[in-house]
Design a binder for this molecule. Structure first.
Ligand SMILES: Nc1nc2c(ncn2[C@@H]2O[C@H](COP(=O)(O)OP(=O)(O)OP(=O)(O)O)[C@@H](O)[C@H]2O)c(=O)[nH]1
Length: 301
């Protein structure tokens, strides 16, 4: 039910408005002052506020200003109720962010139409925000595993590297690649291969700190950027992941199979590294060495 907060210092006005609003199916909450309005909004956000301009104590305009300056309440649509049509404070209220206004005596059908328009606008804004969030998710997440994609990894890891250099701290990079992944796909099918990628993701997530940046760079290749971590610490993370993978049996349909990882690990070398790209290249070379040496191993340098 749409919740409307009616703010007016005159009890009769509240009663009259409540009668019409409830008749229209709205859930009405009264507030007899600006302060009571702010208190009620803080306790539970209404879908809309009908705010009388002239009130003793905190005026309607002052109340509106507070509501619009707070990130948490800024989006609640406010319709101002003014004493007369020529009320100059209406201009100020609209400039402050009020959605609309009505003049007393209130013609309820006009108010109801303005409320519908405000609610439509707020719904459109919410839909747009939701769509933008979804776009952001699609642009930064790997569709299969839900972790960062390559693009997002570079963006986040570069930002972390900049911070690390500024504060003279450690940062490590792990590059992980599933061994003989083509064979898993060829033997058990592509869906089983996908299942294996999800298992690797879960193992990495469990082994990582909240501050680590985990990504699927593409295919069967993953990367982890570990801020505040030296080579020894990063090697320990890599081995934890590698051993956990080695000891995990993946079940898919009636098949069960194992998966191993080769991992290259490196830390920031100030004389060589200008960006994450150089570090990733070094980790990739170490990963290649791990493959050459027989796979299912971690090499740190
Ligand atoms: N199931 C599945 N397979 C994928 C996906 N992306 C890439 N692949 C497969 O991953 C395989 C990678 O094979 P290769 O690059 O030859 O590497 P590999 O077989 O793991 O061999 P090594 O890395 O040398 O141990 C290919 O068969 C790709 O088709 C995916 O999203 N899902």
């Amino acid at each position: 039910m749409t919740k409307i907060l009616v703010v007016d210092d005159v009890e009769d006005n509240i009663v009259l408005l409540t009668f019409d609003l409830e008749d229209d199916g709205f859930d009405v909450e009264p507030a007899r002052s600006g302060q009571e309005c702010l208190d009620k909004v803080a306790a539970e956000k209404p879908d809309m506020i009908l705010l009388d301009i002239r009130m003793p104590g905190l005026s309607g305009l002052e109340t509106l200003e507070i509501l619009k300056s707070d990130e948490a309440t800024r989006m609640i649509p406010v319709i101002m109720v003014s004493a007369t049509t020529g009320d100059q404070s209406i201009i100020r209220a609209l400039d402050l962010g009020a959605h609309d206004f009505v003049s007393k005596p209130i013609e309820y059908p006009v108010l109801a139409a303005r409320m519908r328009s405000a609610l439509r606008l707020i719904q459109a804004k919410r839909d747009l925000e939701k769509a933008n969030k979804e776009l952001e998710r699609l642009a930064t997440r790997d569709p299969l595993t839900g972790i960062n994609n390559r693009r997002s990894f570079f963006k986040l890891a570069e930002a972390e590297l900049t911070k690390t250099i500024r504060h003279g701290r450690d940062i490590a990079l792990l590059m992980l690649d599933a061994d003989h992944f083509k064979m898993i796909n060829d033997t058990y099918g592509h869906a089983a291969g996908d299942e294996a990628l999800l298992t690797i993701t879960e193992i990495c997530q469990n082994a990582c700190r909240e501050s680590d940046i985990l990504a699927r760079l593409g295919g069967e290749e993953f990367a982890i950027c570990c801020p505040d971590t030296n080579l020894e610490g990063a090697y320990a993370v890599a081995e934890r992941i590698r051993q956990q993978c080695e000891n995990t049996v993946i079940e898919h349909n009636s098949a069960s199979f194992g998966i191993t990882l080769s991992i290259g690990i490196t830390t920031f070398v100030p004389s060589q590294d200008k960006s994450i790209t150089e570090m990733l290249q070094r980790a990739d070379n170490l990963l290649y060495q791990a493959k050459e040496m027989g796979r299912n191993r971690s090499i740190a340098c």
